[in-house]
Design a protein around this ligand. Structure first.
Ligand SMILES: [Zn+2]
Length: 249
């Protein structure tokens, strides 16, 4: 692959190393890409949250041409470090979105709707099973909508234009901008992009409001989920025992 200059940086903590070591966020990209990602992170996550994301095996962020702006791959038995891919032209909310996937996967203190529905083993690797294969669509459906919810509550500084994530197009019967503004107001009380939430405020807001969001009604993978909405997908995963029933309520 024709790479530009490769710069390895990390946020806080551990001492750098030529190799991809654990306990860091390693960004592979140009200096300006590195600075931009770092700035977006600092504007939308608390230091303590960034620390949580660096823990253990950390995460590798590759900046290169990427369809849909970005993606996140949790670690598996064969791939010991999670990877985020970001397009150089991606929007700020894509950067936040992919890191929200990551924190949902690695922050063991999270529970319920703020934690990934992916079944993970002790080391945080995906616990594959026949049952899981059958419900991959529901996992993705729930994980994406829940990640979008947290991202919508976190984002605060970006101009409105072009802001709405594509997943809002997957909600039937409502204009996607209206749906986004509804959720933004519900989650933060402020639709005009001034207030953003972080830390406990964001996880509390997602926990308390998710079932009232428009995005929880999105049907992101209709063929793989028999047309279930995101919130129905999480229920299905509980029903078949892939995730635990909620302790409260
Ligand atoms: Zn996503």
């Amino acid at each position: 692959m024709a790479e530009k200059k490769e710069i390895i940086i990390q946020f806080g903590g551990a001492v750098g190393n030529e190799n991809f070591t654990s306990n860091d966020i390693t960004i592979v990209g140009s200096e300006s890409q590195k600075n931009r990602i770092k700035q977006v992170m600092e504007d939308h996550f608390y230091k303590g949250e960034i620390k949580v994301m660096e823990q253990g095996d950390g995460v590798i962020v590759n900046v290169h041409k990427t369809p849909d702006g970005g993606n996140y791959s949790p670690k598996t038995k064969n791939k010991p470090i999670p990877v985020i891919q970001l397009d150089p032209e991606c929007r700020d909310d894509t950067i936040i979105h992919e890191f929200v996937h990551h924190i949902r996967n690695v922050d063991k203190k999270r529970e319920g709707i703020t934690r990934t529905p992916l079944p993970l083993d002790k080391d945080g690797k995906i616990n594959y099973s026949k049952e899981l294969e059958k419900y991959v669509g529901d996992i993705k459906n729930a994980e994406e909508a829940e990640t979008v919810t947290e991202t919508t509550a976190r984002i605060g500084s970006q101009p409105r234009k072009g802001l709405v994530t594509g997943y809002y197009l997957k909600i039937k019967g409502i204009n996607f901008i209206n749906a986004y503004e509804h959720d933004r107001k519900l989650l933060t009380g402020d639709p005009i992009m001034k207030k953003n939430l972080r830390g406990k405020k964001v996880t509390d807001s997602v926990t308390n409001n998710y079932d009232k969001t428009m995005i929880s009604r999105a049907i992101i993978y209709p063929n793989e989920t028999e047309g279930r909405t995101a919130i129905e997908s999480r229920e299905k995963l509980k029903e078949v025992g892939i995730i635990e029933q909620d302790k409260k309520e």
